[in-house]
Ligand binder design. Structure first.
Ligand SMILES: NC(=O)c1ccc[n+]([C@@H]2O[C@H](COP(=O)([O-])OP(=O)(O)OC[C@H]3O[C@@H](n4cnc5c(N)ncnc54)[C@H](OP(=O)(O)O)[C@@H]3O)[C@@H](O)[C@H]2O)c1
Length: 340
């Protein structure tokens, strides 16, 4: 098999394709011949040595794949063989062949491409947990989606619009036209505008009912202030700690210094009628049965045409460095995919 390894922490060129023997599925596992692997910002942070959950480098990253099952281990129904699937992988997804536990594998609905299959698991499960499960977004409410042009941002927008909510998105200005056509009602260029001020203007001073923030640091303070009574702030990342292509202690410290460690205390939350919550899909491995229920709901919505991943660009395995550069140069509108 061919796999993309993070050979050491650093710039995108530390990603190297290596060959090794095909893995054999163990008890309870299926083996998938991968046609598409999803790239996530967590992989980028892992490559920079900024992702504590990543196993020790050298490592093959990757949380999700689309492909076809070609073998099963003991105890697994042989009818999986030949089926087109999508799967969550606990690392190792940047491979043309992976073995994963049967309960992390889902049948692909008829007509779903391998790229769509690789684009759905992480982005849409995260968005579902943020918007529906914990964010409890309702019709006619307003949600502020940061990084609206990323994979999670587009997924969250599609889910929010399906609910009947209004979406305010922050994104680089070059992405605004495309994001408008993808359903974002109001766009803010967070680089030139103060998103808190603009969102307040857009909502006539009322604020918003839900904020989805993976930027972290100072952005959380503003998002919290922006919440209307009963509003919720969903925190799920820290991209502001990674503005460059290698780890910078200064940027990490600056993000940590801006983080509102003390603002969200029980008294202020009660008195303001606000809620804060955190999401880390990578810490949900003990809850796979719940994630399966969410995934079934999402696949049903895909079949109905309600959700549809936007593929920004596909790169070959030997172009993995270009794929990471593409994201870090903030060129992607939607999901970045790797194909063997
Ligand atoms: N907690 C979880 O379970 C979980 C799961 C998935 C993702 N996440 C987090 O959610 C965020 C978005 O993930 P994603 O997969 O949707 O991202 P993505 O598709 O890779 O897109 C990232 C987008 O974020 C914006 N951005 C903000 N800061 C950036 C930076 N320092 N470098 C590059 N781009 C930056 C860029 O848009 P602009 O050009 O508009 O700035 C870019 O298009 C990330 O922080 C990720 O770690 C968390």
């Amino acid at each position: 098999m061919r796999q993309i390894w993070i050979t050491k922490a650093g710039t995108p060129d530390v990603l190297v394709v290596k060959e090794s023997l095909d893995p054999e599925p163990q008890t309870g596992e299926v083996r998938i011949r991968v046609a598409a692997s999803g790239v996530n910002f967590a992989d980028v942070m892992g490559r920079m040595g900024l992702y504590p959950d990543l196993p020790r480098i050298p490592v093959v990253p990757g949380y999700e794949v689309g492909g076809r099952v070609d073998a099963v281990g003991d105890g697994v129904d042989t009818s999986w063989i030949g089926r087109e699937v999508l799967a969550l992988t606990r690392f190792g997804g940047y491979s043309d062949t992976v073995c994963v536990a049967e309960n992390q594998v889902f049948l692909r609905p008829a007509g779903m491409s391998a790229s769509d299959a690789a684009a759905i698991p992480v982005n849409y499960l995260t968005a579902w947990q943020l918007v529906v499960v914990m964010g409890g977004l309702k019709r006619d409410e307003t949600v502020l989606v940061h990084s609206a042009g990323g994979g999670v941002g587009i997924a969250a927008t599609q889910i929010a619009k399906h609910i009947g909510a209004r979406v305010i998105g922050t994104a680089s200005v070059a992405k605004h036209t495309a994001l408008r056509s993808l359903g974002v009602d109001h766009l803010i260029d967070y680089r030139t505008e103060d998103f808190e001020k603009r969102a307040r203007e857009i909502t006539n001073g009322r604020g918003v009912e839900l904020v989805l923030d993976a930027v972290g640091g100072d952005s959380l303070k503003k998002g919290y202030r922006l919440l209307a009574p009963t509003g919720r702030l969903g925190m799920f990342g820290m991209s502001s700690a990674a503005p460059q292509k290698t780890r910078s202690m200064l940027e990490i410290l600056s993000t940590l210094a801006g983080t509102p460690w003390l603002q969200f205390n029980p008294i202020s939350l009660m008195n303001a009628n606000k809620g804060v919550f955190g999401v880390n899909l990578g810490h949900m491995w003990g809850q796979v049965d719940r994630m399966r229920i969410w995934a079934d709901q999402l696949l049903e919505l895909w079949a109905q045409g309600v959700i549809k991943p936007k593929i920004a660009q596909s790169f070959r395995f030997d172009e993995a460095a270009d794929a990471h550069n593409f994201i870090q140069d903030r060129k992607n509108i939607g999901k970045v995919i790797l194909t063997p």
